[in-house]
Design a protein around this ligand. Structure first.
Ligand SMILES: Cc1cc2nc3c(=O)[nH]c(=O)nc-3n(C[C@H](O)[C@H](O)[C@H](O)COP(=O)(O)O)c2cc1C
Length: 382
């Protein structure tokens, strides 16, 4: 069987058959219940759509804002929650609460955040360098989760002199993780350049008893097929490619089921979709917050369509649902999907960071399992 045919045959994460093997990547500020609902409406109900990252400490403290962020739609299954933390005890306690309260069916952990204010405290992408600390985290989370599968999402390492993904994958596997995902960049790369898919191939060779999911630079359904064919990964995790393009999940489903890929939407259809997104946000957060949130999606929705700068600006500064309804009527509904202009990279890109900021002496001893202090708080994602 080819890699693509084998992957099509199925991905199992704990008790869940993920079909097709596609995961909406957790994205802070993006993958809230509204956006996940929209992606699911286009994609398979049996794919996985991961919520925004939740800090373990906030769960333990039962922070009200955090509990609101943890909302899932009535038909979301499995309900997939991503946790962030650095302390095995706090993470274990958070998992115990989430599982005990029945708040989620799958827990993922974020070990990929590359930003300075997180890595300088030893959190996010800095953490897997500390192998024993990481093993303690996996052990506590898995023990607290019982039958709920726990998965781990990480980068290649800190920088090109400190690759950790193979160790991280093997430790996760040995300590009971249900699957691992690799964003095939180092923390130093941030979102720049190209993801190195050969690192996914190496991870797949190193981790043999649980699924290995590949992540990084899937912007079209063909990219997903190519990643599977090139790396042999068991599933794909898609982030920026679906920003302003939730219908990408329909394309991914079709491609992975060997069906014809549907054409991208006309501008009229995009108007309907962005309005639906705004309505879903409003249902969950009220109109004010929803409007602040939807503004950042507008440039992505309209990317590549000839809309005109005046109308584009109005979309980017909307303040009510009625205004969006009105603006949508001003779009030319017949304009076809601009294939060339709308299928390339989108979302965060930028340049690499010259040096990843780490706590003093962080690299001296990878076996040191001391829990970093003050690194439990984080809002910026991955
Ligand atoms: C706006 C934004 C927020 C993100 N937040 C998170 C997060 O909370 N947790 C996480 O593990 N990764 C986060 N990521 C990283 C993505 O999950 C994914 O690993 C990365 O974007 C690479 O995949 P892509 O090339 O498909 O976008 C975020 C990425 C973006 C663009």
């Amino acid at each position: 069987m080819t890699a693509v045919a084998e992957t099509r045959a199925g991905l199992r994460i704990g008790p869940y058959q993920v079909d097709p093997p596609v995961v909406l990547a957790p994205m802070a500020g993006i993958t809230n219940v509204a956006f996940r609902t929209l992606c699911r409406e286009f994609g398979s109900p049996d794919a996985i759509y991961v919520c925004e990252m939740i800090t373990a400490r906030a769960v333990v403290e039962r922070n009200e804002k955090t509990l609101h962020m943890m909302a899932f739609g009535p038909d979301e299954s499995p309900r997939s929650m991503q946790l962030y933390g650095v302390d095995p005890k706090t993470l274990g306690e958070a998992v115990r609460i989430v599982v005990g309260e029945g708040w989620a069916d799958h827990i993922d952990m974020n070990l990929g955040c590359p930003v300075k204010k997180v890595t300088r405290l030893g959190g996010g992408a800095a953490l897997p360098y500390k192998r024993r600390l990481f093993a303690n985290i996996v052990r506590e989370m898995v023990a607290a989760a019982g039958d709920v599968p726990v998965t781990f999402k990480f980068r290649i390492g800190i920088d090109d002199d400190h690759h950790t993904h193979l160790d991280t994958g093997r430790i996760a596997e040995a300590e009971g993780a249900a699957a691992v995902s690799l964003h095939a960049r180092t923390a130093a790369q941030l979102y720049s350049g190209q993801a190195d898919w050969t690192a996914i191939t190496r991870l797949k060779e190193a981790v043999t008893t649980i699924p290995v999911l590949g992540n990084g630079d899937i912007f079209t359904a063909d990219d997903a097929l190519r990643m599977i064919a090139e790396t042999g990964c068991d599933g794909v995790v898609v982030g920026r490619g679906c920003l302003g393009r939730p219908w990408l999940f329909a394309e991914l489903s079709a491609a992975l089921r060997d069906q014809p890929i549907p054409e991208g939407p006309t501008l009229g259809r995009v108007g309907e979709i962005l309005l639906r997104h705004a309505q879903l946000l409003t249902e969950h957060d009220g109109e004010d917050k929803a409007m602040r949130d939807i503004r950042k999606h507008m440039a992505w929705y309209l990317m590549g369509y000839p809309v005109g700068s005046d109308l584009r600006r109005k979309f980017a500064t909307v303040s009510s649902l009625t205004q969006i309804e009105d603006l949508v009527t001003q779009l030319d509904p017949t304009i076809p999907f601009p294939v060339e202009a709308a299928t390339g990279p989108r979302g965060r890109q930028g340049s690499p960071q010259p040096k990843v900021t780490l706590p003093e002496g962080w690299l001296d001893n990878p076996e040191d399992a001391t829990v970093p202090t003050a690194a439990d708080v984080m809002h910026s994602g991955g």
